[in-house]
Design a protein around this ligand. Structure first.
Ligand code: CA
Length: 221
């Protein structure tokens, strides 16, 4: 899952980024409205954390432009304490949720998890498919009731596929959601991660649809 942080206060941006990385999300961060608009318009994020008071273009304008252009990723707006009008305007402009500064980082992470789940139609923090159970709160995986140790990248990959259970996910989409700006992105590396996961989770769980992508589903071959 890949998240864009838009925040011009460096300390907040850094602490939010650190907490998201610790929670195993891939994170990009920008500090002005124009760059934010461009990134959200051209990259596929699973969620955006958007401060409203930003240089170059304010957060509300950024959000309105995205929604007008039918960019539908969930957006969590950050607002100043007492600025209730901002919150109303934010929700009217298409924000999915908001947090008032200063906030507890644990609350931010919980809301991020819930928003991402809701955006793909998953109600519970425990996601299951074909014997696999992914606990998105504890970042733990079980297969047939047995805990399985996975690397952060392996976790991100299986977590993305199970969030999108029943849909074939193209490799380009997976790469876009697993890796940040500074990481190497290539399809062979992705295939290697899938191979490692199959060794740990069984050969049938992640299906390859040649020429289309990967799918995790409830229906077992
Ligand atoms: Ca600000």
């Amino acid at each position: 899952m890949r998240i864009l942080i838009v925040e011009d206060e460096l300390k907040i941006a850094q602490s939010v980024a650190a907490a998201l990385v610790a929670a195993n999300y891939t994170v990009d961060a920008v500090s002005d409205g124009e760059e934010a608009w461009f990134r959200g318009d051209t990259e596929n994020y699973d969620l955006v954390i958007l401060d409203l008071g930003l240089p170059k273009m304010d957060g509300l304008s950024v959000l309105k432009r995205w929604r007008t252009a039918e960019r539908t990723m969930p957006v969590l707006v950050l607002t100043a304490r007492g600025a209730w009008m901002e919150r109303v305007e934010g929700i009217d402009a298409g924000a999915d949720d908001y947090l008032v500064k200063p906030f507890q980082i644990e609350e931010l992470i919980a809301r991020v998890r819930a928003l991402i789940r809701r955006s793909v139609g998953q109600g519970s923090a425990l996601l299951t498919a074909g014997g696999l159970a992914v606990d998105t709160r504890q970042m733990r995986i079980q297969m047939g009731g047995v805990p399985v140790a996975v690397s952060p990248l392996e976790y991100r990959l299986i977590s993305y596929l199970i969030h999108h259970k029943g849909r074939v996910v193209p490799p380009t989409e997976l790469i876009g959601h697993l890796y940040g700006d500074d990481d190497a992105r290539d399809a062979n590396a992705l295939e290697a991660v899938v191979t490692r996961l199959r060794k740990k989770l069984g050969q049938d769980l992640i299906e390859t649809r040649r020429g289309f992508g990967y799918i995790v589903s409830d229906l077992r071959a």
